[in-house]
Design a protein around this ligand. Structure first.
Ligand code: E4P
Length: 218
């Protein structure tokens, strides 16, 4: 499973990249706003800065909601860097835009996906990736991981090439459950990635090894 980091924070991206296990980055307008990135040129510069930090797909989300606007924005983003993936919302115009981008060889990430039906539409339009938001589903008392299992099953049955990108991850356990369910990618906050390192028996075992080494080596 590939690991993406879900942030627009350059320091977090650098830290994740330094771990040696990072495959890409996803952003969204809320994450960009959190970093105080505003204005068309600053937004563009920020995407380029992210692309220069990570050698992997970087999702840049359109803010237009109409087909023409999405196409204009997406083509601009795609021209910035070879790693850019245009992130498009799951709407009627969004699906049309994904179909258009797919015919032009521009990679897409269909975002805000909450059902298997939406995932089928995204795949049929030729989305490169589909982003089911599992944390937000769990927050609403449904089962986010179950949706990942359902989409993976459908995509394998019909040999859809769209990658399942588990998004809205809240914990290390979410990552493991998505891996078990067969997600191609998980996009995670840095804290969830770091959480995977932790196990008390690792700490206890390491302390014991070092203590035993010291006993005979001083
Ligand atoms: C996906 O690409 C989104 O940016 C993200 O995972 C949303 O997560 P949230 O529900 O924590 O905002």
């Amino acid at each position: 499973m590939k690991f993406f980091i879900d942030t627009a924070n350059l320091n977090e991206i650098k830290e994740a990249e330094a771990l040696g296990i990072l495959d890409g980055v996803t952003t969204n307008p809320s994450l960009m706003a959190k970093e105080g990135i505003s204005g068309e040129q600053n937004i563009i510069n920020h995407y380029v800065a992210i692309c220069n930090l990570v050698d992997g797909p970087v999702s840049a989300e359109v803010i237009s909601v109409d087909f023409e606007g999405m196409v204009k924005e997406g083509e601009k983003f795609a021209a910035l860097h070879k790693n850019i993936v245009v992130k498009v919302p799951m709407t009627v115009d969004g699906v049309k835009a994904i179909k258009y981008f797919s015919s032009k060889g521009i990679k897409t990430n269909c975002t805000l996906v909450f059902s298997a039906g939406q995932a089928i539409l995204a795949a049929k339009a030729g989305a490169t990736m589909v982003s089911p938001f599992i944390g937000r589903i769990d927050d609403s008392n449904w089962d986010g991981v179950q949706l990942i299992e359902q989409i993976v099953h459908i995509y394998r049955t019909y040999n859809f090439k769209t990658e399942v990108l588990a998004a809205s991850i809240r914990s290390g356990l979410h990552i493991v459950k998505c891996a078990e369910a067969g997600a191609d990618i998980a996009t995670c906050p840095l804290s969830s990635i770091k959480n995977l390192f932790k196990h008390p028996l690792t700490d206890i075992g390491l302390a014991q090894f070092l203590a035993d080494y010291k006993k005979v080596n001083g």
